[in-house]
Design a protein around this ligand. Structure first.
Ligand code: PGA
Length: 248
């Protein structure tokens, strides 16, 4: 299974920032065992595509409908037209800021897959849920309700992102990450059958060049979804290197 190191620029970046993408693309050209992806803001997609080289370009969100009266929204087909290969569905910031629930996220992921995109479906507990010892139960329930049942390893990536670890510099312990990823693997096999064993599971939340190697060494961690550290090639490329150094 190839590692996937995906950057999410969130609401950051204007055209000059594509110089970072140029440098990431230059580095990514050399990797055989690692797939590299960047989700810039929608406004940069058209310009990013032709400069991305082997880097997969994707969206940070899409609407479940193909078209229609949905002011401010973008459909999966529109992303495809801009050269997108994947879309992030149900990031915790969308769940928290825009009230997205599992059913909506499942509908978005289904629409994305129908359009030919890889859906990166995000799940993860918040801090009170972790403190109450409910993290595993919460994440299992989110997977049950947000993963489209017709998913395949080719069109689904699952990203475990504890909300309290995003942008905070805090991460779960390695034991907690490994435990959660093992549960997610079992859950995906339960839902999708044998194919669930080949779906890539990413970890996201304060991944940086200093902790990436350790996190990526967990057996069921197949890559990372990176926010802050994806904004510059200087911090992102070393994470890709860390993945490239791991032999499985
Ligand atoms: P972070 O964000 O790397 O800035 O913590 C992770 C994410 O939101 O995917």
């Amino acid at each position: 299974m190839r590692f996937l190191i995906a950057g999410n620029w969130k609401m950051n970046g204007s055209r000059p920032m594509l110089a970072e993408l140029d440098r990431i693309a230059e580095a990514a050209a050399a990797y055989l065992t690692v797939e590299v992806a960047i989700a810039p803001p929608f406004t940069l997609l058209a310009d990013a595509g032709p400069r991305a080289g082997k880097v997969l370009i994707g969206g940070q969100d899409c609407h479940p409908a193909a078209k229609g009266a949905h002011t401010g929204c973008i459909s999966a087909d529109m992303l495809v037209e801009m050269g997108a290969r994947f879309v992030i569905c149900g990031h915790s910031e969308r769940r928290a800021e825009f009230g997205e629930n599992d059913a909506l996220i499942q509908a978005k992921a289904t629409a994305a897959q129908a359009a030919g995109l890889v859906a990166i479906v995000c799940v993860g507990e918040d801090e009170p849920e972790r403190n109450q010892g409910r993290a595993v139960t919460v994440v299992a329930a989110e997977i049950d309700r947000s993963v489209p049942l017709a998913s395949t390893p080719e069109n689904l990536v699952l990203s475990y992102e504890p909300a309290w670890a995003i942008g905070t510099g805090r991460t779960p312990t390695m034991a907690e990450i490994c435990e959660m990823h093992a549960m997610i693997r079992a859950k995906l096999i339960q839902l999708l059958g044998e194919e669930g064993a080949r779906v890539r599971i990413l970890y996201g939340g304060s991944v940086n060049p200093a902790n990436a190697a350790q996190i990526l060494a967990c057996p069921d961690v197949n890559g990372a979804l990176i926010g802050g550290a994806s904004l510059t090639a200087d911090s992102f490329v070393p994470i890709v290197n860390a993945a490239a150094d791991i032999v499985r």
